[in-house]
Design a protein around this ligand. Structure first.
Ligand SMILES: [Zn+2]
Length: 150
């Protein structure tokens, strides 16, 4: 995808928005924006939420994993979404394992909030002329990985 995006935006009118269909994972979105894509759409935040996959500043975690069963911490301590402000990993693990629909709702809520913050962060960084620094911070945070188990 990136090898195509290295060339395709230059062939498109400069005064028109550039849309990339069905993308994607956070790394793919950031890489696409770096290459000139303006907008995209994807089911991943909600589909992943329904399957227990959670996107955070530190990468992807799976709430199904036993390591979260007794963890009182939120999905992401820096996240302001209602799922992170009101529920622990242990609760989210329990309701996912119990197949409660609230699990899909809360994990999707978090993932959509994460994606909105991701896009807002890129928009602000581009407007302020500091996208390269923002991108470096994005990759550095993801390279740290999830917080250590308790
Ligand atoms: Zn959250």
């Amino acid at each position: 995808m990136f090898s195509v995006l290295d060339h395709a935006p230059g062939m498109l009118p400069a005064d028109k928005p550039r849309y990339l269909m069905g993308v994607g994972k956070p790394d793919d979105i950031v890489g696409a924006v770096r290459r000139g894509v303006d907008m995209m759409d994807c089911v991943l935040p909600s589909r992943s939420g329904r399957t227990g996959q959670v996107f955070t500043r530190h990468g992807v975690l799976n709430i199904k994993n036993a390591r979260h069963a007794d963890d009182p911490r939120p999905l992401d301590e820096a996240c302001a979404c209602p799922a992170c402000r009101g529920y622990s990993r242990a609760y989210l693990h329990h309701v996912f394992r119990a197949r409660e629909i609230v699990s899909s709702m809360l994990l999707t809520w978090h993932n959509l909030h994460y994606y909105q913050e991701l896009m807002a962060g890129m928009r602000t960084a581009i407007a302020e002329g500091r996208f390269a620094a923002w991108e470096a911070d994005f990759h550095a945070a993801r390279a740290e990985g999830d917080i250590a188990p308790l």
